[in-house]
Design a protein around this ligand. Structure first.
Ligand code: NAD
Length: 290
C-alpha cells in the first residue's frame, strides 16, 4: 500500500464509468482502505460500533479502524453483498474481530430498528452509531432531477439518519456517540448535486440540533465533512469526464483515500474528543469552494 507521502494523484485515476451501485472491486486504482499506515492504541476497546454504508468506501475504512482500536463492529448495507463480504473479511484479517454484517434499507424504519436490535442482541449494547450510508446521482440540468431521484436522495440521506437515531437512542447512554457523515457540498452547494447537497446541509443541522438535544444525556453528536474521496460512489454517479483525473478542486489537488478519513471517526468516537459535540469536522484536502 502507498505510504502517506505517495497517495494516488489525479493522474493515477483514469476515466471510468461503473453502473450504480458499483463494487469497490471494479475500481481503478483500488481505494486504500486497509489502514496500513495507522497505529492503533486501544482507543475503542469495550465499545460496540454500528456503521451504515460499511460495505465500501469510507464506511469500510471506519469499520477496519474501529476494529483495530478494539471495538466490536457491525456494518449495514443495502445491495452489494460482495463488498460487504470483503469488509467482513478485512475486519477479521486486519482488525482481528468478527464483523456482523446486516443487509437492509435505511429508507425503511423497520429495517433500521431490526438492525439496531440485532446489534444489541449480538453484542449486548451499542455505543457508537455512525450514519454514513448515502445516495447521490449527478445531473447537470436541474430539469433532469426526477421526483423519484429527489425523494430517494432525501429519504436515504435524511430520513435514513433520523430513522437510525430513532431506533438507536434508547440504547445509547452517557459517553456514547453519534457520528454523521456530511459533505463539503452541504456547506458550499454543488450545481450538479442539488438534491444531494441539500440533504447534506440537512445532515449538518441535524447534527448540531441533536448535539443540543442530547447534551443533558452526555451523548455527543458530530459530523465528519469529507471532501472528494475515491470510493465506488464516484465512478458510479459522476460524469466520466469528472472521474478522469479525480479530483483537483482542493488545496491538496487530489482526492482522499477512504483510510484518510477513518482516524477522524476514531477521534470522534473515543474519549479523546470528550469536549467535542455539535462539530462539523472538515476533512476536505482544503476544498473551500465548489
Ligand atoms: P460508497 O461508495 O461506499 O457507497 C455508499 C454506501 O451507502 C453503499 O455502499 C451502501 O452500503 C450504502 N447505501 C446507499 N443507499 C442505501 C440504502 N438505501 N440503505 C442502506 N444502505 C445504503 O460511499 P462513500 O463515498 O464512502 O460514502 C460514504 C459517505 O461519505 C456518504 O455519506 C457520502 O455522502 C459521504 N461523502 C462521500 C464523498 C466522496 O467523495 N466519496 C464526499 C463527501 C461525502
Amino acid at each position: 500500500m502507498p505510504t502517506q507521502e505517495r497517495r494516488p494523484t489525479p493522474d493515477d485515476i483514469p476515466p471510468q464509468k461503473l453502473d450504480y451501485p458499483a463494487s469497490q472491486r471494479d475500481m481503478t486504482p483500488q481505494p486504500d482502505s486497509d489502514l496500513s499506515n495507522y497505529s492503533p492504541a486501544n482507543k475503542l476497546t469495550g465499545k460496540v460500533a454500528f456503521i451504515t454504508g460499511g460495505d465500501s468506501g469510507i464506511g469500510r475504512a471506519i469499520a477496519i479502524a474501529y476494529a483495530l482500536e478494539g471495538a466490536e463492529v457491525a456494518i449495514f448495507y443495502n445491495e452489494n453483498d460482495i463488498d460487504a463480504d470483503d469488509t467482513k473479511k478485512m475486519v477479521k484479517d486486519i482488525g482481528g474481530k468478527d464483523c456482523l454484517s446486516i443487509k437492509g434499507d435505511v429508507r425503511n424504519y423497520e429495517d433500521c430498528a431490526k438492525a439496531i436490535k440485532q446489534v444489541v442482541d449480538r453484542f449486548g449494547k451499542l455505543n457508537i452509531l455512525v450514519n454514513n450510508a448515502a445516495y447521490q446521482m449527478t445531473q447537470k440540468k436541474f430539469e433532469d432531477i426526477s421526483l423519484e431521484q429527489f425523494r430517494r436522495t432525501i429519504e436515504t440521506n435524511v430520513f435514513g439518519y433520523f430513522y437510525m437515531v430513532k431506533a438507536a437512542i434508547s440504547y445509547l447512554e452517557e459517553g456514547d456517540v453519534i457520528i454523521n457523515t456530511g459533505s463539503i457540498v452541504g456547506k458550499i452547494g454543488k450545481g450538479m448535486l442539488v438534491d444531494y447537497a441539500t440533504s447534506k446541509g440537512a445532515v449538518h443541522t441535524f447534527t448540531k440540533s441533536l448535539a443540543q438535544n442530547f447534551g443533558d444525556r452526555k451523548i455527543r453528536v458530530n459530523s465528519v465533512v469529507p471532501g472528494p474521496v475515491w470510493t465506488p460512489n464516484i465512478p458510479a454517479t459522476m460524469p466520466i469526464e469528472k472521474v478522469d483525473n479525480y479530483d483537483t478542486d482542493g488545496i491538496m489537488k487530489r482526492a482522499a483515500q477512504p483510510e484518510e478519513l477513518a482516524p477522524v471517526y476514531v477521534f470522534l468516537a473515543s474519549s479523546d474528543s470528550s469536549f467535542v459535540t455539535g462539530a462539523l469536522y472538515d476533512v476536505t484536502g482544503g476544498q473551500l469552494s465548489a
